[in-house]
Ligand binder design. Structure first.
Ligand SMILES: Nc1ncnc2c1ncn2[C@@H]1O[C@H](COP(=O)(O)OP(=O)(O)OP(=O)(O)O)[C@@H](O)[C@H]1O
Length: 266
């Protein structure tokens, strides 16, 4: 189930993250099994699938928060879950995560929110941190908003601040948990454009959870499709390719909002 040739993304780039046969769950409950896929360096990679299939669970495993029951996650060649905890934490510090809500502290200004990871993980002087925060806000199109509080800006802007904060430590991989959830279509499209701009200008590998088809087709170079029923992946590859050529009916149905099934039945 490797990615098809002729992928629209950065075709020949080496794997940044390699997922090798992982099985995951909580307690006794299996969520996903036998997942194997590569995330190429500099790609926007989407984890897609219906509600509750395990997208966030897989992301927790890739971000060092949930150990797999079996299998390996190789990050830049290092086996994440076989490392000593201290080394794993150090590796994870090189990643940024943007959560659904943006997860900003309401009592802090936007600048203070972005400075938090810098205070936690660096010994930079306060003015250096402020300069970085200002630069990151400019990167997400919010130059000059540093003194505002989260309640003073729109939902779409809060998400952008979430992205700026996730980028505070210049991550090698940026993870997004349903970035456009709760946004109006225009703000959602702007966020997609921001993801593509940042990938273009910084070359950061982006891993995005999404079930929004418009967004998936706009941003994804490559993707994996998780199925809740069989509790495994049914395909990996470029979403346009999968929509048009996947031999798996569920994958085509998901990527065409069910129209492929209806066509086949007609
Ligand atoms: N902390 C947890 N403990 C036990 N079960 C959990 C936990 N978190 C999630 N689950 C269960 O694991 C399954 C997968 O959940 P997960 O949130 O990974 O799916 P998802 O595809 O991200 O869902 P959605 O699209 O609705 O956000 C679900 O059945 C969920 O109830």
């Amino acid at each position: 189930m490797s990615a098809p040739d002729g992928n629209a993304g950065t075709g020949s780039a080496p794997a940044h993250i390699r997922v090798e046969g992982i099985t995951l769950g909580y307690g006794e409950t299996l969520v996903q099994q036998d997942l194997t896929f590569d995330i190429r360096r500099g790609d926007v990679f989407v984890i897609m699938g219906g509600s509750g299939c395990g997208k966030s669970t897989v992301m927790r495993c890739l971000t060092g928060l949930l150990a797999p029951w079996s299998g390996r996650v190789l990050l830049g060649g290092e086996s994440l879950w076989e490392l000593p905890a201290a080394r794993r934490s150090a590796l994870m510090r090189r990643n940024g995560v943007m959560y659904q809500s943006g997860a900003l502290w309401s009592s802090m200004t936007l600048e203070e929110n972005i400075c938090l990871p810098l205070e936690q993980y660096t010994k930079l002087a306060p003015e250096q941190m402020r300069a970085i925060a200002e630069y990151k806000l400019a990167l997400v199109g919010l130059a000059g908003f540093g003194d505002h509080y989260p309640s003073e800006i729109s939902g779409g802007m809060r998400k952008r601040v979430g992205v700026a904060r996730a980028m505070a430590l210049d991550p090698e991989v940026l993870f997004f948990d349903e970035p456009s959830a709760g946004l109006d279509p225009l703000s959602a499209r702007r966020l997609d454009e921001l993801i593509l701009e940042l990938r273009e200008s910084l070359g950061t590998t982006m891993v995005v959870i999404s079930h929004e088809l418009d967004s998936i087709f706009t941003i994804a170079d490559d993707a994996v499709f998780l199925d809740a029923e069989t509790k495994t992946m049914l395909a990996t590859g470029n979403p346009h390719e999968l929509r048009d050529h996947s031999p798996v009916a569920q994958v085509r149905a998901f990527l065409t909002r069910g129209e492929a099934d209806q066509d086949a039945a007609a």
